[in-house]
Design a protein around this ligand. Structure first.
Ligand code: HEM
Length: 160
C-alpha cells in the first residue's frame, strides 16, 4: 500500500469516528436528554459524556489534520486553495479549524472555569435546544463538506 492510500485510509476512518459521533450526539443523545425529568441530571450526564467524547475527538481531529495536510503535500495540491472549484478543500480546513478551537481551547477552558456556583445555575430545556441547534449546524456543514470532498476527489468538480 502506498503512503497516499494509507493517509487517505486514516483520513476517512478519522472522519467517520469524529463526524459519526457528532451525528449521534445531535440525533440521539440530545433529544433523549431533553425528555429527562431532571434537567440538572441531564446536564451532569451530558458534561460527563462530552468530556469523554472530546478526548476521543481530539485524537481523531489530529489524525484527520495530519493525514489531510500530508495528502495536500503528496498531491502537491496547494494551488487548489486558489480555485473556487475546490471549495470543499477550504471547507475541510475551515471545519477542522472550527472543531480544533472548540476541542483544544474552548472545552479545556470551560472545564477549568467550572465552579460549584456554575453547577447550581438552573438549566432549562432551552439550554439543550440551543446546544442541539449548534450541533445540528456543525453536522450539516460537515455532511456538505464530506459530500463535496468525496465527489471532488473522485473527479466531479463544479464548472470543470
Ligand atoms: C486540515 C484539514 C484537512 C485537510 C488539509 C484535508 C485534505 C484532504 C485531501 C488533500 C484530500 C484528498 C483529495 C483528493 O484526493 O483529491 C481529502 C479527502 C477527503 N477529506 Fe479531507 N482534509 C481535511 C479535513 C477534513 C475534514 C474535517 C473532513 C470531514 C468533514 C474531511 C473529509 C474528507 C473526505 C470525505 C475526503 C474524500 C476521501 C475519498 O473519497 O477519497 N477532510 N482531504
Amino acid at each position: 500500500m502506498d503512503d497516499l492510500v494509507f493517509a487517505r485510509l486514516l483520513h476517512v476512518l478519522g472522519v467517520v469516528l469524529w463526524i459519526g459521533g457528532v451525528s449521534m450526539v445531535t440525533s440521539v443523545l440530545l433529544p433523549t436528554l431533553m425528555r429527562m425529568q431532571s434537567m440538572s441530571e441531564a446536564m451532569a450526564f451530558f458534561q460527563q459524556f462530552r468530556r469523554r467524547f472530546a478526548a476521543q475527538a481530539r485524537i481523531t481531529t489530529l489524525v484527520v489534520g495530519i493525514s489531510g495536510f500530508y495528502m495536500v503535500y503528496e498531491l502537491n495540491a496547494w494551488q487548489r486553495f486558489l480555485q473556487w472549484q475546490y471549495w470543499w478543500m477550504h471547507a475541510m480546513v475551515a471545519i477542522w479549524l472550527l472543531f480544533s478551537v472548540m476541542l483544544f481551547i474552548q472545552e479545556p477552558r470551560s472545564r477549568r472555569h467550572q465552579t460549584p456556583q456554575s453547577a447550581a445555575v438552573p438549566i432549562s430545556p432551552d439550554t439543550f435546544t440551543r446546544i442541539q441547534r449548534k450541533h445540528l449546524f456543525l453536522l450539516i456543514l460537515s455532511l456538505i463538506t464530506i459530500a463535496g470532498a468525496v465527489a471532488g476527489s473522485h473527479g466531479w468538480l463544479v464548472g470543470m
